[in-house]
Ligand binder design. Structure first.
Ligand SMILES: O=C(O)CCC(=O)C(=O)O
Length: 291
């Protein structure tokens, strides 16, 4: 079972910062529909759906045991049980107090862990899951290679927004590479606790200029928010999305945890570019653009 969440364990007498973005950035009319039957249930039509819409949702990708193992592995790393693992980032407003927190409070102050697969076999097991890799291979038409692993944890009340962006704006990979993100819910992810929002079909509309604002992001006024589709997921549910799909997630203002794993895969035959080449595409410098 997931650990119970209470506002008492959610970070000592601190007040979360006010929301720093327009609420309408994440107002939605559409809820993404998923398939079921785990990875074995993915058909050729589902792969075509991914290419057409830029995403695919599997409601029951992983079993309850696989989810629990992953949570145990994540908590093991968060609690500092592997001294070699240090890739933990705290929510900025809570970072200063982390040394005064008990174990529960400390876990609920963490925003992100990353580069964990080599430190925790229980997390690596999901990244290397044969069913998951099989679907990725069908999407890419090539061998999938994991090149980034992270987990945005979005703790109760303090979990901050991840503004709208395209993942390819972060990766030095040749334009046209089919990068695929995989987002696995470990807790129930809801509109209220900050689940993913996507703009279906936006992967077909090319790279967007990104700006350094609240993050490295698409300008708020350039996001076609009328097409916002929310992606709630049960624990074990998973979202595949294309590296050019516009997506983001609002703050977690509830007392519920929203832990999720996120993996990025590229085709084995893909080629790297330089940061300058990436910035020529995604950066605003020298272009007549405003935000
Ligand atoms: O986990 C989230 O809320 C969003 C993560 C995301 O979109 C990203 O890191 O690219």
């Amino acid at each position: 079972m997931n650990q119970p969440v209470t506002s008492e364990s959610a970070t000592i007498n601190s007040q979360p910062p006010p929301i720093s973005y327009p609420e309408e950035l994440y107002s939605f009319d559409t809820v993404a529909k998923g398939i079921s039957g785990s990875f074995a249930g993915v058909t050729e039509a589902d792969i075509q759906y991914f290419h057409q819409h830029g995403y695919l949702v599997i409601e029951d990708a992983f079993t309850a045991n696989e989810v629990q193992d992953a949570i145990d592995g994540m908590v093991y790393l968060m609690d500092g049980n592997n001294p070699d693992f240090r890739a933990i980032q705290f929510e900025p407003t809570l970072a200063k107090k982390k040394d005064d927190m008990n174990a529960d409070e400390r876990r609920d102050a963490i925003r992100k862990i990353f580069n964990y697969v080599n430190y925790e076999p229980r997390l690596n097991a999901l990244a290397e899951h044969a069913g998951l890799l099989g679907v990725l291979k069908k999407i890419m038409g090539d061998k999938p290679v994991l090149f980034q692993d992270m987990a945005l944890v979005k703790p109760p009340r303090f979990g901050s927004e991840k503004p709208w962006h395209q993942d390819c704006a972060y990766f030095n990979l040749q334009d046209g590479t089919t990068v695929v993100g995989v987002w696995i819910a470990l807790d129930e992810a809801t509109a209220e606790n900050g689940c993913m929002h996507i703009i279906p079909g936006s992967h077909n509309e090319g790279p967007m200029i990104h700006f350094k604002r609240r993050d490295w992001q698409i300008c708020d006024t350039h996001v076609p928010i009328a097409r916002d589709t929310v992606v709630p997921l049960p624990p074990g549910g998973c979202l595949f999305w294309h590296g050019l799909l516009h997506h983001g997630s609002p703050a977690n203002q509830t007392t519920q945890r929203r832990r999720a794993l996120q993996f990025h895969y590229k085709p084995a035959s893909s080629e790297e570019i330089t940061t300058q080449e990436r910035m020529d595409v995604y950066g605003s410098e020298g272009k007549e653009v405003d935000c």
